[in-house]
Design a protein. Structure first.
Length: 554
């Protein structure tokens, strides 16, 4: 079969060749267009085409079904800032104690807990001494104090309100009972004095006192009423505001205020009033290493006659070398009323109708250096000069039959002084500080600056052992001072003549053991060295006084 096929094919090709080579012309009937037909090539990745296709119609769910997922992570400790955790506040605090000289002590205070907008606290304290002292009259005393504070925060301002009532009782014990006759000898009631005082103060101020975009204002107003056992009365009212604004690189502002006082002695039919109007424009500026305030104060006093005063106001400091050396300067003046309340707080043995007047200080300048010797050691060293017109002094009132009352007198005085302080502080654990002042009193008329010590020193130390044991010690030293009277044994009364009142020191110790956060035990020892010194002429202080008690907080 294959052989036959080969024969047929060979005959066919032979006939074709014979026909083209023999036989005549070739006639072309149409145009010839040469072209190359595309060849079919295999794909690099051949695939088989399926002639049967299906079309999918997907279904989309707009709200897909949620798949439940649960995860319980392991608990970890919360991050804490350095100042956290905050100490837990307690609403009630009580301190109770008792000591020699028949001395009871009680303090109670109730306060609010933490709040974003409001805070308040109210309290009451009582302290008394019913003991006797040798060679003097009955020195008993009592102090009652009730006070309260409230503060409310607005968006940009804060409103503060505080008020209180105090009752202070003391006795004019500065006499020797064995030196008095029966007709002069006073009993406890006749030498008793007491003071009632009630007051209220309101403050409205900005939160941020350094804002560079807002007006900064602080407004205060207050009132108090004071009355003693002899019905001498004093009313006082004051109001003032401090407004400032940041202008370029400065704070420009001013303080303006009014004060009014009215005093009526118990024997008088009417009182005597006087007042002040004060205005203090100023400019403040500062950078990282320095700040300064410059201005002046103008005051008008309205008493029996009107007077005007003008005082400088300059204050500033500069960091000279890395907080190790900082220079400071202050030059101010002022005028103030020697009120009945201010005088009796300095000397509680004054007469019931003292002479009141204005003390004018044209200049009170001081300056010096302060800083840190090392990380925990700080210091201050400086001095200054004070010029005072109508300085108040306390001297014995010889018109009283026993001579155990003090009256007020006035004189001009210039006072250069030097002061210093050095201390060591290690957080809340340990703090030790020594500070002192030396005064070069130069009164214009008086021979001495009566009852004003030339030197005063204070050494204080506190030590906290893990907030469990707390110790505190205070050492006070007062230099010698003078009285313009001496006691005449023959006449049995004070007479003219200078008396040197020797220097004195006082050591006070205090210790506390905190059993837990609610209960602690404490003990205090005043005048530990039992040094019986005189602060005022013929008025010795108590000797050794020890007290102890407990504190409760819940």
């Amino acid at each position: 079969m294959k052989k036959t096929a080969y024969i047929i094919a060979a005959l066919f090709f032979s006939a074709s060749a014979f026909a083209q080579g023999v036989g005549g012309d070739v006639i072309v009937t149409g145009g010839f267009v040469p072209e190359i037909k595309p060849s079919e090539k295999l794909l690099r990745n051949p695939e088989e085409k399926d002639t049967f296709q299906t079309r999918a119609n997907p279904v989309i769910n707009v709200n897909p079904r949620e798949i439940a997922f649960y995860h319980n992570p392991d608990t970890i400790s919360a991050a804490r800032m350095k100042s956290e955790p905050l100490k837990k506040l307690r609403r009630l605090y009580m301190k109770l104690g008792f000591g020699n000289y028949l001395t009871p002590l009680a303090q109670v205070r109730v306060n609010s807990l933490r709040s974003k907008n409001d805070a308040y606290d109210v309290g009451y304290s009582y302290f008394a001494s019913f003991g006797k002292q040798k060679d003097v009259g009955f020195p008993g005393m009592q102090q009652h104090k009730a006070d309260g504070n409230y503060k409310h925060l607005f968006n940009k301002h804060a409103l503060s309100l505080k008020g209180g009532y105090t009752y202070d009782q003391n006795h004019y014990y500065g006499f020797r009972p064995d030196s008095l006759t029966d007709t002069l000898f006073p009993d406890k009631k006749s030498i008793r004095q007491h003071f009632h005082k009630a007051g209220l103060e309101l403050t409205f101020a900005n939160h941020d006192l350094t804002s560079k975009t807002e007006w900064i204002s602080q407004t205060r107003m207050g009132y108090y009423f004071l009355q003693d056992r002899q019905k001498s009365r004093e009313h006082a009212f004051w109001a003032g505001t401090d407004v400032s604004k940041h202008v370029k690189d400065f704070f420009v502002g001013g303080r303006i205020g009014v004060e009014y006082y009215n005093f009526k002695p118990g024997t008088a039919t009417s009182g005597r009033g006087m007042g002040f109007i004060k205005f203090n424009p100023y400019i403040k500026a500062g950078r990282e290493k320095w700040n300064v305030e410059v201005g002046f104060e103008v005051a008008g006093a309205f008493d029996t006659i009107a007077k005007g005063y003008i005082m400088p106001v300059v204050e500033g400091q500069a960091n000279l070398y890395k907080n190790h050396v900082m220079a400071y300067i202050q030059a101010k003046g002022g005028v103030e009323r020697n009120t009945f309340d201010r005088l009796r707080l300095v000397n509680p043995f004054i007469i019931s109708n003292p002479m009141l007047g204005q003390t004018y200080t044209p200049i009170d300048a001081r300056g010096g250096f302060k800083g840190y010797f090392a990380k925990n050691v700080y210091y201050t060293l400086g001095g200054g000069y004070r010029m005072t017109k109508n300085q108040v002094f306390f001297i014995t009132d010889t018109l009283q039959p026993v001579g155990n009352f003090f009256k007020t007198v006035y004189d001009d005085m210039n006072t250069p002084f030097v002061s210093g302080e050095i201390g060591y502080a290690m957080g809340e654990k340990l703090h030790v500080a020594l500070k002192g002042n030396y005064w070069f009193y130069k009164p214009q008329t008086f021979a001495r600056a009566w009852h004003m010590p030339k030197i005063d020193l204070t050494l204080s130390a506190s030590y906290n052992i893990q907030d469990k044991f707390l110790f505190k010690a205070d050492f006070y030293y007062l230099g010698e001072h003078y009285s313009p009277f001496r006691y005449d044994e023959t006449l049995r009364k004070p007479v003219a003549g200078v008396t040197l009142i020797r220097n004195a020191f006082d050591l006070n110790l205090h210790a506390e053991y905190r059993f837990n956060k609610m209960l602690s035990f404490w003990a205090g020892f005043n005048n530990f060295a039992a040094f019986r010194y005189n602060r005022w002429f013929r008025y010795p202080m108590q000797g050794f006084n020890g007290m102890g008690g407990i504190t409760l907080s819940f």
